[in-house]
Design a protein around this ligand. Structure first.
Ligand code: URA
Length: 211
């Protein structure tokens, strides 16, 4: 097992015993996230729902099945990407996570991003989107990538929104179709950067935590 894989597992172990906010009390299983430590794409949802809480795995319900369909259409499998949520324990009755819960859980997402260093982050919840795009509207910026140093962040609609509103399905399909090009662009940008010297506009990873 690579060092990064074992470090990622250590983060998951710490999430499993996390008591930083009260959500652990009502949850059945924590859901740290899953996927390869060297994933090029990281996908960030909102919080575990019923099925995720039962199984301890992200996106295993109806939203997850639709997400797998969207990925398949661009030749990707869920095992190619790292999938996680802003909040790692299920909020009771699937209510929105509260600001203090998001803040308490933030260290885990920070550590996952820092370790995996994905080329592209896809946000599929407004709480994930708010970290990089505060005050923006998903209806305006969905599918549009923005560069933060070496990282491209792409806000997308949540699969559950498309399951509720069929009109959103073709929009989501089109947005996902842009991902292969975004990944290729992100790789090219990294290849152009000098190996040991970050580019001038490349913010140190700590700076990510300000968003
Ligand atoms: N919705 C989310 O945002 N995350 C999950 O893990 C499942 C459904």
């Amino acid at each position: 097992m690579s060092d990064r894989t074992s470090e990622l597992q250590q983060i998951a172990e710490r999430v499993r015993v996390c008591t930083r906010c009260p959500l652990y009390k009502s949850a059945t299983h924590p859901v740290p996230g899953e996927g390869p430590a060297n994933a090029e794409i990281m996908l960030i949802g909102e919080a575990p729902g019923f099925h995720e809480d039962q199984q301890g795995r992200p996106f295993v319900g109806a939203s997850g099945r639709y997400l797998e369909e969207l990925l398949a259409q661009i030749g990707l499998k869920r095992s190619d990407i790292f999938i996680t949520n802003v909040v790692k324990h299920r909020p009771p009755e699937n209510r929105d996570p509260m600001p203090e819960e998001i803040e308490a859980c933030r260290i885990w997402l920070d550590e996952q991003i820092e370790l995996i260093r994905p080329q592209v982050i896809v946000t599929i919840s407004r709480f994930a989107m708010a970290r990089w795009f505060p005050n923006e509207k998903i209806t305006v910026i969905h599918g549009k990538a923005k560069r933060f140093g070496n990282l491209l962040v792409v806000p997308m609609f949540h699969p559950a929104a498309a399951l509720r509103n069929q009109n959103l399905k073709p929009v989501m399909v089109e947005d996902f179709k842009k991902l292969p090009k975004y990944i290729a662009d992100a790789k090219k940008n990294r290849d152009l950067a000098p190996p040991d010297e970050p580019k001038k506009d490349d913010p140190p990873i700590q700076q990510l935590k300000m968003f």
